[in-house]
Design a protein around this ligand. Sequence first.
Ligand code: SAH
Length: 237
Amino acid sequence: MTVIARKIRLIMKLRKCGITDTGVLAAIERVPREIFIPTQFHDQAYEDTALPIGRGQTISQPLVVASMTQELKLNDRHKVLEIGTGSGYQAAILAKLCRRVYSIERHRPLLATAEVRINELRIRNITCKAGDGMKGWIEQAPFDRIIVTAAAGDEPPPALLAQMSVGGIMVIPMGRDKASQFIYRITRTSEESYETERLMPVRFVPLLPNVARDEPDPVVDDSAQDFLSGGFAFQPA
Ligand code: SAH
């Protein structure tokens, strides 16, 4: 099957699973996902599956990327904060649909690779930094939209709530363990009030504090092991 045929099959699946936003579908069609994954997985680039990207992390399943992006209700005036740059794929999708993306990653080597890819694709409206995304990006706040691509515990990080503009939306996976995680959409309805809606069940890698120490990649990291045994982050539960 050609890459184009695989891509069409993926788009059809996303439509069948409720992705109706034509902007989101067009972004998925236009951003080459293979650029963001290790070579040995290139044949799976347009499968609807999460894949390992190193450091025990994963690039999300396309359906999860598409759903979270659709729930953000983006337009070209929005300033968006992403927590968890990872491969850079989600940031590249966001960049097609909003004015500017700010993205924070705690693993410096992942961030460096993501930045190379984003430059290769000549995407100019993404700014990345290494940091603890739970603290947000105070110099750039407030944000119209926030997307967190790693799972928080029971509560959204307070700094992220504080850095949303009034009327702003945050899409974030939360849940104590992988078996009970859901995507939530939080809307800031006024200075003091937020509305929370529970959306789809998911399995994400955890949101962790601080910048990671840059030790070398383990020979077999956790996510690769998860992946091989079939229990894997980012699949709908
Ligand atoms: N959006 C990514 C998915 C990355 S997986 C993509 O499209 O590929 C989640 C990422 O969140 C991992 O790279 C992990 O290192 C990062 N992460 C976890 N906790 C974080 C934190 N507190 N601050 C910044 N990044 C974090």
